[in-house]
Design a protein around this ligand. Structure first.
Ligand SMILES: NC(=O)c1ccc[n+]([C@@H]2O[C@H](COP(=O)([O-])OP(=O)(O)OC[C@H]3O[C@@H](n4cnc5c(N)ncnc54)[C@H](OP(=O)(O)O)[C@@H]3O)[C@@H](O)[C@H]2O)c1
Length: 267
């Protein structure tokens, strides 16, 4: 039950951490449950954890750092993101250093620009600084998030020595618009698609065709909705509740048939 990303074997879905450890500011009240949820995912074979310097103003990264203790680092694929306000060379290096410290690791597997800044020139400066960090070994791969096709073209032109490995975008059965342009562009340019908010906060479970297919394949609507996304992306659902997480894990290890996939796609 693996797929390939950045030349690495990873699990076909990852787990997200937005709202773990707080929203825009740290909130330590649920630390124990959130660390336990992440550990449960890792113990079940999930290898990808998505976080960002923004989440809980850094506290989500600290929780990820605690959760991964005891797991072999080389088996994990950690994604983090730099804020658009930190794309100047010195700022990016400082932000990266702080993320590494909070995560308790020497490298980040995939480092993303969280969203495009108003001034695209900053993307070029940020990517150049990231390329230096790839050479130093502090980052393994470089990517972007929330970039449209034009912005991805700009990023592709800016990178000198490194591939643009991924674009993390909102993609779910409630938000299928990336299937029109962003996903085809990524597929053509060998840029991996990472699907955030893949459950649309649970709303995907209410789609009639998803419910119908779920019955016929003996899985839940949430599992069907994630399995659908796994065909063209790496979904990164977030779950703090163990029951939610267990349901998410059941999206792995099987595949929708062509007919079931097409029925959902043409909804
Ligand atoms: N790059 C970006 O700009 C960006 C933007 C947004 C998100 N992200 C990343 O993508 C991750 C996922 O996106 P998201 O957190 O916005 O949304 P999501 O994963 O679609 O939804 C998370 C919500 O769904 C609930 N949930 C989880 N499993 C469920 C289940 N089996 N049944 C019903 N509800 C369930 C969770 O509840 P509990 O937590 O209570 O279990 C949580 O409230 C984030 O955590 C973050 O890492 C990136």
């Amino acid at each position: 039950m693996y797929r390939e990303l950045c030349g690495r074997k990873i699990s076909p879905l990852g787990v997200g951490t937005w709202k773990m450890g707080g929203g825009d500011a740290p909130d330590r009240r649920h630390d124990a449950e959130e660390i336990a949820a992440l550990k449960l995912a890792l113990e079940a074979g999930v290898t990808v954890v998505d976080t960002a310097e923004m989440y809980g103003a850094g506290h989500a990264e600290e929780l990820v750092g605690k959760a991964i203790e005891g797991f072999p680092r080389e088996d994990l694929f950690l994604i983090s993101k730099v804020l658009p306000r930190n794309l100047k060379r010195a700022d990016l290096k400082k932000a990266l250093h702080q993320s590494l410290k909070r995560l308790g690791t020497e490298y980040i597997d995939l480092y993303l620009i969280h969203w495009p800044p108003a001034d695209l020139a900053l993307v070029a400066e940020g990517l150049a600084a990231m390329e230096e960090e790839v050479a130093r070994g502090a980052i393994r791969s470089i990517g972007v998030s929330n970039f449209d096709t034009k912005e991805m073209e700009f990023a592709l032109e800016s990178l000198k020595r490194t591939e643009l490995a991924a674009n993390q975008i909102e993609y779910s059965l409630v938000e299928t618009s990336p299937e029109r342009d962003v996903i085809p562009f990524c597929e053509k340019n060998k840029i991996a698609v990472i699907a955030y908010t893949p459950l649309a906060d649970g709303k995907v479970a209410n789609i009639p065709v998803v419910q119908k297919v779920a019955k016929s394949v003996d899985h839940t609507p949430i599992q069907v909705a994630l399995n659908y996304l796994m065909r063209r992306s790496l979904p990164i659902p977030k779950a703090s509740k163990p029951s939610h997480l267990r349901e998410i894990l059941g999206a792995m290890g099987w595949e929708l048939s062509e007919k079931e996939y097409a029925a959902i796609r043409s909804q």
